[in-house]
Design a protein around this ligand. Structure first.
Ligand code: PEP
Ligand code: MG
Length: 763
């Protein structure tokens, strides 16, 4: 049964349209369970009506016509209860509704299970049998397991299908039982504020066939030529490999190369792909289709040896794709207003877009706290994250409106949506213009207390906004960004030059360079780390202490960059105990001594520890006593305290800066730092949220560091509330138990001070 289940899920996931997916499901389930009938009903998004979308065993003409209201009939009952209904004799059940059109009179046994995705019933999967009997436990668990696995696939296919142009572009026509509802608005999570109108450019990981989007061929002859060249290059690659490895290989392994070469010369792989290109698809899309079609044939075979061949076909496809992509990379055209769309956008993807053309980011995975969303905020462009049903393959070249406030994507927006977008953009521009006057004003509370506001950065390109935003220094420079954007570890001199630019630009104001913080969701392609739980694994200072050669190179580069300036602060990430600080401080001292021995005397840097692991909260006083300052990284602190992966859109709702436990932890860290006589800063995203910043002021935080685009808003807050007022508000917030109550209370305080614009803009 498990094998059957796996095969069905795999086949359905490979379907190119909703119709094809549903047809496959009913066909395969009926065969697997040996029932007379299998049908699937899908819920209409707006009305909740359950529409019969595919069937085997009921009258085919009922498909697309028969629909049941919520709670109506047995199918409606399954949806309303959101649990299976298993009946020996359906017609005698009070909920049974006879619908002549389906021809279901002769069926007695009924088993219906709900298809649930993200807490919402998306449909009902039903099997029926002529005889009177209850379906046994195995049938029920099979169907429940299958429905749970298929729910996401169906939801995704629904979104894809809803955006299909209906002109048969791309895939060969699949049976479409009924037009699915057209969906032009896709919901995700707010990643970075702002709205933008632009053209979608799909980014996909190299050599990943499944991720290749559909795209029409701009020039059929050129696409065919490119494909044939790629095939020739792969054939050549195999010949070379065979010649090189031949003597060491056993005869049967050598034969594998022959089989590959044979597949590439004259096999239907090539002719089918060329046919698809000639029908109008670009080469990578045509290749993806052909490879999937061929691999599926092997997937469906019962013989395990032949089934394995599917992997060979896919491997071949990946190699051809890699060749095609390599040839295409240099000649890419970027629209004026590029909206990057992808399963998982990386910092390196952002770096590929020419300066000034990146308008927004839309990602199927991730959340507000993902690093790419943080980068978007640093760049001042909107981002929508975690769009679970993003029909990536159909978005290339479409006009889209990205609403980073609400976390929404509008595909091919109507005139009305465009109007609304333009109004929002105007309002935002007005707010920005009003706030920009604040840049020159000091960050001082009404009772005269100075609360320095600093900028977070890490991209060379965004030093200018940080400078012009009125930042009093850099509170967090994420040095990993230059590491992520290269193909090898940057050398000491290369790093020195990068750090020098920032240190010089801000001198004499302080610049806080954080030591390399990779791992978690930041992987270096040239230093891969594969772990089951990367956020709990080898990350940040754990890596650099294990690799003193990498750490010392970076520390030497930082120290040398500060020569003659004296404004360097070094910040240590992911610290969980005192030994790490002691070891790091020793290495900093050693790097400085080495430089002195080499005749390069550099000023002593101030050193700080990030508080972003719960253990560091409890150790705050002891950690602070060893260094010059603490900086609270709320992004990770929230993730570890609430056990919510900051990158996982499924649990994004639980990621709550206003959670009472988060407020208590931040307060404890502030108090610990102060008990050791050291200043405490906050450099996580909480510092840039006007409402959260107000509470941080109340906690006694000494300075705040945030993306340059958030800085004017937070300055407005600082200039509007005294410390005592912020403390009083914090006291009130402490009495509340629910995060949403805390947020509402603080937002009400902002509104009452006439700062409602900040609240609305931050949403
Ligand atoms: C943090 O964790 O709050 C932080 C500032 O670091 P990063 O977001 O780079 O992990
Ligand atoms: Mg962090």
């Amino acid at each position: 049964m498990l094998e059957r289940l796996r095969r069905i899920v795999q086949q359905v996931a490979g379907a190119r349209s909703l119709g094809q997916a549903l047809e496959l499901i009913v066909e395969e389930v009926r065969a697997a369970l040996g029932t007379d009938v299998c049908s699937i009903y899908l819920a209409e998004r707006d009305t909740g009506r359950l529409v019969l979308m595919a069937t085997r065993g009921l009258a085919p003409q009922a498909v697309g016509r028969v629909a049941l209201g919520p709670g109506e009939g047995l199918v409606g009952l399954v949806a309303a209860r959101a649990e299976p209904v298993n009946l020996e004799d359906a017609p005698s059940h009070p909920h049974f509704k006879y619908i002549a059109e389906t021809g279901e009179a002769p069926f007695h046994a009924f088993l219906g299970v709900p298809v649930i995705h993200q807490r919402r019933v998306r449909g009902v999967l039903v099997v029926q049998q002529r005889e009177r009997r209850r379906f046994d436990e195995d049938h029920v668990t099979f169907l429940v397991t299958l429905a749970a696995q298929l729910a996401g696939v169906i939801a995704h296919a629904e979104a894809v299908g809803g955006l299909e142009l209906g002109n048969g572009e791309g895939a060969p026509a699949a049976p479409e039982p009924a037009a699915p509802p057209r969906r032009r608005v896709l919901d995700g999570l707010p990643g970075a504020p702002g709205v933008a109108l632009g053209t979608a450019v799909v980014v996909y990981p190299p050599a990943e066939l499944d991720a290749v989007p559909d795209r029409p061929a701009a020039d059929v002859a050129a696409e065919e030529a490119a494909f044939r060249e790629a095939v020739a290059a792969v054939t050549e690659e195999f010949r070379r490999l065979q010649a090189r490895l031949g003597p060491q290989l056993k005869a049967e392994d050598r034969a594998l190369f022959d089989a590959y070469i044979l597949m590439l010369s004259g096999d239907s792989l090539v002719t089918d792909t060329v046919a698809r290109i000639r029908a109008g698809s670009w080469a990578p899309g045509a290749l993806r289709e052909t490879i999937e079609e061929h691999a599926r044939v092997f997937d469906a075979m019962d013989d395990p040896y032949l089934r394995e061949r599917a992997a060979d076909v896919r491997d071949l496809g990946r190699r051809i794709l890699a060749q095609l992509q390599a040839a295409r990379r240099e000649s890419r055209d970027w629209p004026e207003r590029t909206v990057l769309v992808g399963e998982q956008i990386t910092a390196a993807d952002l770096g590929e877009v020419p300066a000034g053309r990146l308008a927004a980011i839309v990602s199927a995975h991730g959340s507000r706290s993902s690093h790419v969303a943080i980068l978007a905020r640093a760049l001042g462009i909107p981002a929508v994250m975690g769009v679970a049903e993003l029909p990536i393959q159909r978005l290339e070249g479409r006009e889209v409106v990205v609403d980073g406030y609400r976390g929404r994507l509008h595909v091919q927006p109507t005139g009305q949506v465009r109007e609304e977008f333009l109004r929002l953009a105007r309002e935002e521009e007005e707010l920005r213009a009003g706030l920009s006057e604040l840049a020159a004003q000091p960050s001082v509370t009404p009772d005269g207390e100075h609360v320095p506001l600093l900028a977070n950065t890490g991209l060379l390109a965004d030093i200018t906004p940080s400078l012009t935003s009125g930042a009093e220094g850099i509170g967090l420079y994420r040095t990993e960004i230059p590491f992520l954007m290269r193909e090898r570890f940057p050398g000491e001199e290369e790093q020195r030059r990068i750090y020098r630019q920032v240190l010089e630009a801000f001198a004499p104001r302080p610049v806080t360079l954080r030591t390399l913080d990779v791992g978690g969701d930041k992987n270096l392609a040239y230093f891969p780390v594969h772990e089951a739980n990367p956020f709990l694994g080898w990350r940040g200072i754990r890596i650099t202490l294990d690799h003193p050669e990498i750490f010392l190179t970076q520390l030497r580069a930082m120290l040398r960059a500060s020569a003659g300036l004296g404004n360097l602060q070094i910040l240590l990430p992911m610290v969980s105990g005192v030994e790490e600080v002691d070891d790091a401080v020793l290495l900093i001292r050693r790097a400085r001594e080495e430089l002195a021995e080499e005749g390069e005397a550099v000023p002593e840097p101030r050193v700080g520890v990030m508080v972003e692991v719960p253990s560091a909260v409890y150790m705050a006083r002891r950690l602070a006593a060893r260094v010059d300052f603490l900086s609270i990284g709320t992004n990770d602190l929230i993730q570890y305290l609430l056990a919510v992966d900051r990158n996982n859109e499924r649990v994004a709702e639980l990621y709550e800066p206003f959670h009472p436990a988060v407020l208590a932890a931040v307060q404890a860290a502030v108090d610990g730092g102060h008990a050791a006589g050291r200043p405490v800063s906050v450099c996580g995203e909480m510092a840039g949220d006007p409402a959260a910043a107000l509470l941080l002021l109340g906690m006694g935080v000494d300075s705040l560091s945030m993306s340059a685009s958030s800085l004017p808003r937070v300055k407005w807050v600082v200039r509007s509330f005294t410390r005592a007022e912020a403390r009083a508000l914090l006291e009130e917030a402490r009495a509340l138990e629910h995060p949403h109550e805390v947020r509402e209370r603080v937002e009400a305080a902002l509104e009452a001070r006439g700062l409602g614009g900040l609240v609305r803009a931050g949403k």
